[in-house]
Each structure stands twice: as structure tokens, then as C-alpha cells.
Design a protein around this ligand. Structure first.
Ligand code: MLT
Length: 412
């Protein structure tokens, strides 16, 4: 009989969001009249920007004309999109990133998992706790961990707790780690990192020959001009960091799929024989073997994000979701709940009321007020006692959810 990848058997239960969906669907089936409001998974609700839609319509027309028809595109993505990204997202902020260092993909979730293909098996890997579960689960699947303990922590991973005490930014480890996952603005806590904090990480990584995986999927929600949007705003980062970005949360592409990964050509890691190898070459090799690129139509849609109309429309979307976050923050604070995040991020991180675990609070919100959030413990052991509320929804739903929650759970 064929053998499976036994590492999959180490994974704890279901992936967090399908597990939530399973519980919500069971509740909905048993209570068909309940009007459930979903503030769980961070999935956008507002329509695609007009500029992106028009560009995609035009691209569909191109596909209907022999002279403009496109077959396979470049695996790395079309140069016209990569150049716009390099210019607007990086060079305009003083980051020396060239279009040739950008790889277009169908999602940051896929890329943060796939990147492990180009790294060896004996790396020491650090994640924050709580953390976006994809970073952990993909390492388990790749065989980079042992088994999980009762708290759900996998043997072999270094967990860096992020708590209210450290403003949800991890302490630089005392030991040497080779790969470090950082996400700012943070999913799930909504925390942000200053330039000084990121400089500490870059200094650490350079001193130890480590690589930082920097997930900047939520950078568009940064409104504070002092905060960095990219790790490459930090001196030395070109030599130690890979950055992941996405069109999902700024331009509403969660269903359309377009993202990018930056692998600077100066970035190196060691081969078994001790030689230093350019990671760009390996990632390029990996992508051109396993990936055929994002569709022409979608890349044209993403390109339109950088047009003046696209920029204005994306700003409108960001503003809208940040206003939702403000409503959530204000209402829950007024109800006496302790809250974090939600200022430069679309997630509000809520302390659960005294005596309620993360999943208790999830069940109570679902059953008593028919509102879905995400239990903090689903993001790691240190997330226990917290709950994430997403600002991605219509204004009406956010206001109604807050009315229901504050009516039932007010602590004042
Ligand atoms: C989340 O809710 O954490 C995100 O939607 C997950 C994702 O972007 O894959």
C-alpha cells in the first residue's frame, strides 16, 4: 500500500477557519432562523474597486483578440505589474527593491507555506504565539517539527509569546534561530512594529545568519506615518528578509487571488557543503517548476490598483474597514471589555470576560447573539483568554453585531 506523509497526522484537529465554519454551520442548521453575523475569518465584503473591474473587463476583451491574446505568462508575473509594485510599494518608500526581485503569486498563504520548499530540514524555526496558523501547520506538514504537546505546541519550534505586557511584539530570542516569521500589522492581535523594533530583528538576523519571513499582508492599514510598511525600510533587511504581500486585504482580492513575494538577490543561505547560495535563484527555480503564474486578467486587475483612480478607490476601502474597526473598538471599550489593535490593522484583539476561555466566548457569542469571531487560542496557546474580531464586513453588520454583543456582555 502507498505511504502517506505521516507529518499530516501530527496536525491538531482541523485548520482553524474550517473548524469555525464547521461549528457555525452546525449551529445554523439547528437554528435556521438565526441571523448570523460573521466577524471571524478576515474575508473582505466590499466590491472590487471599479478601476480593477474595468481593467479585468478590458483584459477579457484582450483574450478575445488574436493579436492581444495571452497564453502562459511569465512564471514570475508580468513585468508591467512587477515594475509598478517596485515603484509604488517599495522605491517610493526608499526601499531598494527591483522589479526582478518580485514574484507574483496567487496568495500569501500559499507563498508563506511554499517558501519552505527552498529551505533545509535542520533549521531552527521561531514563530510568535499567538500566530497565523499557516506558518506553524506548513512546518508540521514539511516535517520540520515533532509532535504537539497538550497546549498544542510542536516540539522543535521556538515559540515567542506576544502578550499585552510586551505590546504584542516578540522579545528577540536569546538562542540562535535560523528562520523567523514576523507579521506586521499583526494577524491576529492587530499590533504594529516600530522601525526600531524591526531594526532589532534585522540586526539579530544578520548577526546569526537567520532569514526573516516578513508577512506584510496588512500594511495598507497603517495610517501612522512613523510606522514602516515594509521590512526593506530597515537598514540591512535586503540581506536577511523575504517579504510577503497581498492584494487580498487592500483591494479586496480574496476571491480574485493575487499576491507577491519579494526575494532580494542579495539574500543568501548555506548549502550542505558550506557554500552560500542565492535564495532568489532557488525560489525562481521552484516557481518556474511548480507554478504557472497568475492569470493575465487578474494581473491586469492588480495593475489597476496603481492607477490614480485605483489608488483612490483602495484608500476608500481601507478607510471604510478602519472605520469599522473604530466602531468595534469604541463599542467594546464602552461595554467594559479590554481591547487591543484595530488602529493600524483590521483586527481587534479582545480580552475575554473573566472566567471565559476563548472557545467559551466563541460559543456564547454564537449561541446568545449569533455573532462569529475567532477564538484567540486557535492562534496558539498564548492566545487563550483572547478573541479576535475582524473589521471586514458591511457597516450595517458591524453596527448590529456591536449592538448585540454590548447588550449581552456589557461589564459596566
Ligand atoms: C484570517 O482571518 O486570519 C485571514 O483571512 C486568513 C488569511 O488571510 O488566509
Amino acid at each position: 500500500m502507498a505511504r502517506i506523509n505521516d507529518n499530516y497526522l501530527k496536525l491538531k484537529a482541523g485548520y482553524l477557519f474550517p473548524e469555525i465554519a464547521r461549528r457555525v454551520n452546525a449551529f445554523a442548521e439547528a437554528n435556521p432562523k438565526a441571523n448570523i453575523i460573521r466577524l471571524g475569518i478576515g474575508d473582505v465584503t466590499e466590491p472590487l474597486p471599479e478601476a480593477c473591474r474595468q481593467a479585468m473587463i478590458q483584459a477579457v476583451q484582450d483574450m478575445g483578440e488574436r493579436s492581444r491574446f495571452k497564453g502562459y505568462g511569465p512564471e514570475q508575473g508580468y513585468a508591467w505589474l512587477r515594475e509598478k509594485i517596485a515603484q509604488h510599494d517599495f522605491q517610493a518608500r526608499g526601499c531598494a527593491i527591483d522589479a526582478s526581485e518580485i514574484f507574483i503569486s496567487d496568495g500569501s498563504k500559499c507563498d508563506t507555506g511554499n517558501i519552505l520548499d527552498i529551505f533545509g530540514k535542520d533549521n531552527k524555526i521561531a514563530v510568535t504565539d499567538p500566530v497565523y496558523p499557516v506558518y506553524v501547520d506548513t512546518n508540521v506538514m514539511a516535517g520540520n517539527t515533532g509532535d504537539a504537546n497538550d497546549r498544542g505546541e510542536y516540539d522543535g519550534l521556538v515559540y515567542l509569546p506576544i502578550t499585552a505586557e510586551n505590546n504584542f511584539t516578540a522579545q528577540i530570542p536569546n538562542e540562535k534561530v535560523d528562520l523567523i516569521y514576523l507579521c506586521f500589522p499583526n494577524n491576529p492581535t492587530g499590533a504594529t512594529a516600530t522601525k526600531a523594533h524591526l531594526q532589532d530583528w534585522v540586526n539579530y538576523a544578520k548577526a546569526h545568519g537567520s532569514i526573516i519571513f516578513f508577512d506584510a499582508a496588512y500594511e495598507a492599514f497603517i495610517t501612522d506615518p512613523e510606522l514602516p510598511h515594509s521590512i526593506y525600510e530597515i537598514e540591512g533587511a535586503r540581506d536577511c528578509a523575504i517579504e510577503f504581500r497581498s492584494f487580498s486585504k487592500n483591494a479586496g482580492f480574496t476571491g480574485t487571488r493575487c499576491a507577491l513575494t519579494v526575494v532580494p538577490k542579495t539574500l543568501k543561505a548555506k548549502a550542505q557543503d558550506g557554500s552560500e547560495v542565492e535564495l532568489w535563484k532557488l525560489w525562481n527555480r521552484r516557481q518556474s517548476t511548480k507554478f504557472n503564474g497568475v492569470s493575465y486578467i487578474v494581473q491586469r486587475g492588480a495593475e489597476a490598483v496603481y492607477s490614480p483612480e485605483g489608488q483612490a478607490q483602495v484608500q476608500g476601502l481601507i478607510k471604510f474597514y478602519l472605520e469599522n474597526a473604530t466602531i468595534i473598538r469604541e463599542q467594546l471599550s464602552a461595554a467594559g471589555l479590554t481591547i487591543y489593535g484595530g488602529i493600524n490593522a483590521p483586527y481587534v484583539w479582545v480580552k475575554t470576560p473573566e472566567g471565559l476561555s476563548s472557545w467559551d466566548f466563541f460559543d456564547q457569542l454564537l449561541e446568545k447573539v449569533n455573532v462569529v469571531g475567532t477564538p484567540g487560542s486557535g492562534f496558539g496557546a498564548a492566545g487563550e483568554g483572547y478573541f479576535r474580531i475582524s473589521a471586514f464586513n458591511s457597516r450595517e453588520n458591524v453596527e448590529e453585531a456591536m449592538r448585540r454583543i454590548t447588550a449581552k456582555f456589557s461589564l459596566t
